[in-house]
Design a protein around this ligand. Structure first.
Ligand code: SAH
Length: 223
């Protein structure tokens, strides 16, 4: 953990980040708004300072509570599928390092509601003062993402950043007609990225994309 959580973004970090953005482009990410948002968010800040020199490699890394910060390609891929629009109210399941959360806020979402089930990570997120004040439109919750946030529903977009065993029914309920949910769903030894669209008549349409590997979406909270 960075002891001070002080915000520092050096010339070297900016250079490494630019290279990462070029790599994402080569790997097929085409949405310029996604690439720009990721170019604006210093990923190294969300990692232990031991990772400073490798923070911009296209890899997942360990964070607290045996969880991971998603691979940049995965973050870009999910964000691109979500088609974030200004004024979207987005629900994110699995705050983790908070990196993906800030990318959604940087894309111009009106509000990002984000849920984490690991108390340790939820507490750690309180120390990210720089981003907390930069993005007051991020709302943090400690709880079980399977339940969603009925009080704040419906949402324009829902993003799950852990491997879901199935499409969580309560989350499908909390999606606005016309809205999208992007989630990796278990398929034996990996997950298939799905995009669920809720039609105006309430029925669900499903599109399937590439395979990925995520940490599991678990029920209940962890102290
Ligand atoms: N977007 C995060 C991904 C972290 S990994 C990042 O890039 O840093 C997935 C996260 O989902 C973990 O932090 C895990 O604790 C959390 N998670 C798993 N099941 C959950 C659930 N039911 N509700 C909320 N969070 C959950």
């Amino acid at each position: 953990m960075r002891p001070d959580r002080e915000y520092k973004d050096s010339f070297q970090h900016k250079g490494m980040r630019k290279k990462l953005i070029e790599l994402l482009r080569e790997k097929g990410i085409t949405d310029e708004a996604v690439l720009e948002a990721m170019n604006n968010i210093p990923r190294h800040y969300f990692l232990d300072s031991a990772f400073d020199k490798i923070a911009y490699e296209d890899r997942a890394f360990p964070i607290a509570a045996d969880q991971t910060i998603s691979q940049p390609y995965t973050v870009a891929y999910q964000t691109q599928l979500l088609q974030v629009k200004k004024n979207d109210r987005i629900l994110e399941i699995g705050t983790g390092s908070m990196y993906q959360t800030t990318v959604l806020a940087e894309m111009g979402a009106q509000t990002v509601f984000t849920i984490e089930r690991q108390k340790k990570l939820f507490d750690e997120q309180k120390r990210y003062y720089h981003f907390r004040s930069k993005y007051p439109n991020i709302k943090f919750f400690y709880g079980d993402g399977f339940a969603g946030l009925p009080t704040y529903a419906p949402f324009d977009k829902i993003l799950i950043t852990a491997a879901a065993p199935f499409i969580p029914p309560k989350l499908a309920e909390q999606l606005k007609p016309g809205g999208f949910m992007v989630l990796p769903v278990d398929e034996g030894d990996g997950q298939r990225m799905l995009r669920i669209t809720k039609k105006e008549d309430g029925t669900i349409e499903e599109e399937a994309f590439e395979r990925f590997s995520f940490v599991p979406m678990l029920t209940g909270k962890n102290e």
